[in-house]
Write a new protein. Structure first.
Length: 378
């Protein structure tokens, strides 16, 4: 079913119709590390905010359409204050559409599973980011433990019956197998939001057999690109005893089928287009032009997380090189780089923040700068 035969583009309404018609009342359980809504203490009481996250932005419309349960790590300082005795809270506030089931991780487990194994190990390995991955046995044990804790929460929500479990990202490579072993009535699908490297790169991962077997607990495993699917199929073919049909993207292991498919994901274009057309946006853009660029000048903007995979230092150096090639544009070009701090507990992320500030200072010369921004008027 494709709502628009000319473009092949899904609309929000088309997605809602598909989910309602195909799922036919089946319980839907989404799983992610980051929660779609966070409760925080403020001077005025408890505030509920929606964090900036591609995963939550993409998945929230699905959960609103299905009215299911979203299982996620409770990270807000007021999260425990608003849940019921089953650790659930209805969201969004004011117009509840589904339940948020919060999972609690102690600080050591969170640091080792999330910042350690997932983001110091799998993240650079899968991005082939030329940052050496760090693999610690204690991080792997915490990754196992976090996957077990999430599995218990999902199994409680399914209550022994059939359900569609939709797992998000590389934090939960062991979760599909844990779920299937305990409740074979579940239909488990997972979307791996980062690249999958070729098999030679993945060989560096110390616990590859267990991770791969965990992922093959899925009925459906999705990646952004067909290339990533091909890499995964080749990794399985050379790494585990299985039957791999590379042409059709199917893997048979232990009598069970896992389908591997590409699913390019995007933002909610229609919502962003509506917001971009609001008069308030025009006023903000005009203010930016007045503050950052004079008449007849050019304004460039970059907005990213401060992550070494985003290439922000390389971008700033490229702009500096461009100005050397086109000196007539000095004083006529202003470039604003918004670099949102991310994972600052990890040394490599702190270093990239420092590098961004240093490059901005070099480009701007005596002009003042803020870490994460670069403005050039020379």
């Amino acid at each position: 079913m494709i709502p628009n035969p000319q473009t092949g583009i899904w609309s929000r309404q088309g997605l809602h119709r598909l989910l309602r018609s195909e799922l036919q009342g089946m319980r839907v359980i989404a799983v992610s590390n980051r929660e779609p809504y966070i409760h925080q203490r403020t001077a005025d009481g408890i505030e509920c905010i929606q964090p900036a996250s591609g995963v939550t932005t993409a998945l929230d419309p699905i959960m609103r359409a299905t009215g299911g349960v979203w299982v996620a790590h409770g990270s807000g300082d007021a999260d425990r204050m608003v849940v019921d005795r089953h650790d659930r809270v209805a969201v969004p506030v004011g117009a509840p559409a589904y339940s948020l089931r919060r999972v609690w991780l102690d600080k050591a487990t969170e640091e080792r599973y999330y910042y350690g194994l997932a983001n110091e190990g799998l993240w650079p390995l899968c991005h082939v980011a030329f940052h050496r991955p760090i693999f610690r046995p204690e991080d792997w044990e915490s990754y196992r433990e976090a996957n077990r804790i999430f599995a218990e929460a999902v199994l409680e929500e399914a209550d022994g019956g059939p359900a569609l479990v939709f797992i998000q990202d590389y934090h939960f490579g062991l979760l599909p197998r844990l779920l299937k072993e305990r409740n074979p009535h579940l239909t488990v699908a997972q979307f791996w939001h980062i690249p999958w490297p070729n098999r030679e790169v993945f060989r560096a991962f110390p616990w590859k057999a267990e991770l791969l077997d965990g992922l093959l607990g899925n009925d459906l495993l999705g990646f952004h690109l067909r290339y990533h699917c091909a890499n995964f199929l080749d990794t399985i073919d050379r790494g585990l005893e299985s039957l791999v049909d590379a042409e059709h993207g199917d893997i048979w292991r232990g009598g069970k089928l896992t389908r591997v498919r590409p699913f390019p994901i995007s933002i909610d274009f229609e919502q962003h287009q509506r917001e971009a057309c609001e008069p308030e946006i025009d006023r903000h853009m005009e203010r930016w032009r007045r503050e950052l660029a004079s008449d007849g000048c050019f304004l460039g903007v970059g907005i990213d997380r401060a992550d070494y995979t985003k290439g922000i230092p390389e971008r700033l150096r490229a702009i500096d090189g461009f100005l050397e090639m086109r000196p007539e544009l000095r004083g006529r070009l202003t470039f604003l780089q918004v670099a949102v701090p991310s994972r600052t507990q990890i040394r490599e992320y702190r270093l990239v923040n420092e590098e961004i500030g240093q490059i901005a200072a070099e480009i701007n010369g005596p002009l003042s700068f803020a870490a994460g921004t670069c403005r050039n008027r020379n």
